[in-house]
Design a protein around this ligand. Sequence first.
Ligand SMILES: Cc1cc2nc3c(=O)[nH]c(=O)nc-3n(C[C@H](O)[C@H](O)[C@H](O)COP(=O)(O)OP(=O)(O)OC[C@H]3O[C@@H](n4cnc5c(N)ncnc54)[C@H](O)[C@@H]3O)c2cc1C
Length: 306
Amino acid sequence: MIPVLVVGGGPVGLSLAIRLGQLGVPAVLVEQHPDTAAFPKGRALSIRSMEIFHSWELEKEITAAGLPREHLAFYSGRTLTDPSGTRIVTGPGARPPVPSPTYTLLCSQDRLEPLLRAHAQRLQPDRIRFGTELVDLTVNRDGVTVELSVGGHHERLHARYLVAADGARSGIRGRFGIAMNGPSDVSRNLNILFDADLGQHIADRPSAVYTIAQPGLHGAFLAVDNQRRWLFNLIADGDDVDLDSLDDTACIGLIRAAAGLPDLTVTVVARQVWHAAAQVADRFRHGPVFLAGDAAHVTTPTGVSA
Ligand SMILES: Cc1cc2nc3c(=O)[nH]c(=O)nc-3n(C[C@H](O)[C@H](O)[C@H](O)COP(=O)(O)OP(=O)(O)OC[C@H]3O[C@@H](n4cnc5c(N)ncnc54)[C@H](O)[C@@H]3O)c2cc1C
């Protein structure tokens, strides 16, 4: 029997596997996808997360994968290139020094996760199993028995404890009927991951978020590398906007209008529709099964819940 089974190879599951490895607790992590997430999703690492990475001696590596701290700023304007746009700096020097050995960092999730995965593998050799899906789970007297699917083959495993770090739509939370409380639909959003040579246009205003407000167009450019790789977050204005129906041509039109660059060459890489929610689970535990990360609670990007 293994002491701990972690389900989910996102930032929370990988971090837990690392911490358990440091404590000498063997933990098997299973992740259904063959690789870490390709979509940038989260980008800001709070000072507390950075303190944890600092104590794990991962800070240097993660900082090298992130953006310069001078980019910790918020821009807002009618367009990305609006000469009257404003920029508020929030990075080091902008406020009294925080009593911490480190600082907030912008490092997109697609660059962070491979670093966490590699570290988890060092600490839990052969136990970080991507391409492995949990398909069934039974709680028994000694812990849990799970059924895993690996490339079409099924495998059974017994664990004393299971941690469900399986994300906001946690199937494990659903299996135990644990309800989420709080608003589930604070805003409807479309995130467009795209490639465009915008670095030259923001060189005088590098920021983490570039909020754009025009009649009929509310959204934000979210820095990924602040050069060519970008997210555009479109917020649905009203219930009648069908975000799923926006195709690549419509997305390119929106990006050009928001950038104020009608001839900008844009390649759409991927799109994700998502709903911002502010919810917390009724309980975080069902016997030997614990919820962690988004499976236990979700917040909106701004922390505002209404
Ligand atoms: C479009 C989008 C934009 C976002 N932007 C931001 C942002 O700007 N800032 C921010 O802080 N956060 C952002 N987030 C939220 C952030 O991505 C999450 O808070 C974070 O990923 C949660 O980490 P996690 O490890 O709890 O869950 P996840 O990252 O969701 O990982 C859960 C993992 O579990 C795996 N899994 C699920 N079921 C099984 C199973 N049965 N067997 C095996 N594996 C399974 C999934 O494949 C997944 O890899 C965004 C999210 C989205 C969707």
